[in-house]
Design a protein. Structure first.
Length: 414
């Protein structure tokens, strides 16, 4: 037996992953066989084992000191305050110091749309896709600030090709092609709920994107940060692909971060009720953080201040601004991984493709907001839900195309 095969068999047996050889034995094409063995060799089995074992443990939240975080309410700024922040921010935008990153690497499993989520037709009279709705913002900003804002779109292995082709086919929706850059986020193997690596429909080891927290490392690895520096970018708005009221080019937001002398800022909206399942901004052991709904104690979630407002009521909506220095710092760190249980099709031991009805596999994801704790302070800008937050998450019901369409139409009618 050749050395390579021997080494692989030893590793697979050490980590209890011998089932991968069922697939190898089924392959008939010599090239495919070699590729398959190489892909086994590229797996960090120890990392997979650790990630899986962490997922088995019940989440125990370390006792940390949680305190409310200060915020600025955009709708309550005086005319003078508004103008001051506007002027600071608009000046940066006009000087070409702002870039936007849209995270479009997710799987969009809840929406269930075939293809990248950004290609989804929201069902407006114009039949615009989520990507076209976003492009409109850049075209409008070009007129307003007389500058073409660089737009970086983070895709994943699963949807990169389709995303780029979609833009190409639609002539970049009228925005300059050289202002749009695609880059791919990192990935990690998925496992079954009993820790076994899976085979995907392309007869490869099943992998998935490593969560939106993977963005910082990918920006460095894929040369995005380098490109931004070359263009003289200072501030980077990072948001998701699925909020059709997102305001990524917001002078008030940039102005606030500069005025407060911080390296990052987050937009919040008021939590709809104490039990709403959203993460909220807070301070954890004196550092900026987001406390997840599963982590917050009921008495804390219900606590109100003298004005009757929730003390922990600033929901994180994945609309954040980072200085390039913050990205450089966080990109060098390893953010923790969290486990999501997802539906994942796979090839079973007899070579049949299984499309599960229920979640059957673990996906390991880093969360973007875990980066905040690496920074001394961040500024929070509270914005109005009806002006800046209309997410498309589920196929129907809450946060669905129907609710997003309504919010979008009523905002633009105004
Ligand atoms: P969500 O966590 O809502 O995930 O992502 P999703 O992929 O859109 O949908 P589900 O959970 O599978 O139904 C919030 C934003 O972060 C991006 C998504 O594309 C979306 O814009 N994201 C998420 C990534 O770019 N990469 C990831 O690995 C995960």
């Amino acid at each position: 037996m050749d050395e390579k095969m021997k080494q692989i068999e030893q590793t697979l047996s050490k980590y209890g992953q011998e089932q991968l050889l069922d697939e190898y034995n089924r392959l008939t094409d010599e090239n495919q066989k070699h590729e398959f063995l190489d892909s086994i060799l590229s797996i960090d089995f120890n990392q997979v084992k650790t990630l899986y074992e962490q997922g088995q443990k019940e989440t125990v939240f370390v006792n940390s000191k949680i305190e409310p975080i200060e915020y600025v309410d955009k709708s309550k700024l005086t005319k003078e305050e508004y103008e001051e922040l506007y002027n600071i921010g608009a000046d940066q935008i006009k000087k070409g110091k702002l870039a936007v990153v849209t995270m479009a690497g997710g799987q969009g499993t809840r929406l269930g749309h075939e293809g990248p989520k950004g290609t989804y037709d929201l069902g407006l009279d114009t039949h615009k896709s989520l990507f076209e709705i976003l492009t409109d913002i850049f075209i409008k900003a070009k007129k307003e600030y007389e500058v073409e804002i660089p737009w970086y779109i983070m895709t994943s292995d699963e949807n990169d090709d389709e995303t780029e082709k979609f833009f190409e086919r639609n002539q970049y929706f009228g925005y300059s092609k050289n202002c749009i850059t695609f880059f791919k986020q990192g990935k990690l193997p998925m496992t079954s709920t009993d820790g076994k690596l899976l085979i995907d429909e392309h007869h490869k080891i099943k992998e998935a994107s490593d969560g939106h927290g993977g963005i910082f490392r990918s920006m460095i690895d894929d040369g995005v940060l380098y490109d931004m520096k070359a263009r003289g970018i200072e501030w980077i708005f990072i948001g998701g692909v699925d909020n059709v009221l997102v305001k990524p080019i917001d002078p008030i937001f940039v102005g606030l971060a500069i005025k407060k002398n911080v390296l990052a800022a987050g937009k919040s909206i008021v939590k709809a009720s104490p039990t709403e399942k959203v993460g909220v901004f807070c301070k954890r052991n004196g550092r900026p953080s987001v406390i997840e709904y599963s982590e917050i104690k009921p008495e804390m979630a219900e606590k109100r201040d003298e004005n009757g407002e929730l003390v922990y009521g600033e929901s994180h909506i994945l609309c954040n601004l980072f200085n390039i220095k913050a990205i450089e710092k966080v990109g060098k760190m390893q953010l923790p991984y969290h486990i999501a249980v997802k539906k994942a099709s796979y090839i079973d031991k007899d070579g049949n493709l299984v499309k599960p009805e229920k979640p059957n596999a673990y996906k390991f994801e880093a969360f973007l907001f875990d980066a905040f704790e690496a920074l001394d302070n961040i500024a929070i800008l509270r914005v109005l839900r009806e002006e800046e937050f209309a997410p498309v998450k589920n196929a129907d019901g809450e946060d669905s195309p129907e609710t997003a369409r309504k919010l979008y139409n009523s905002f633009f009618k105004k």
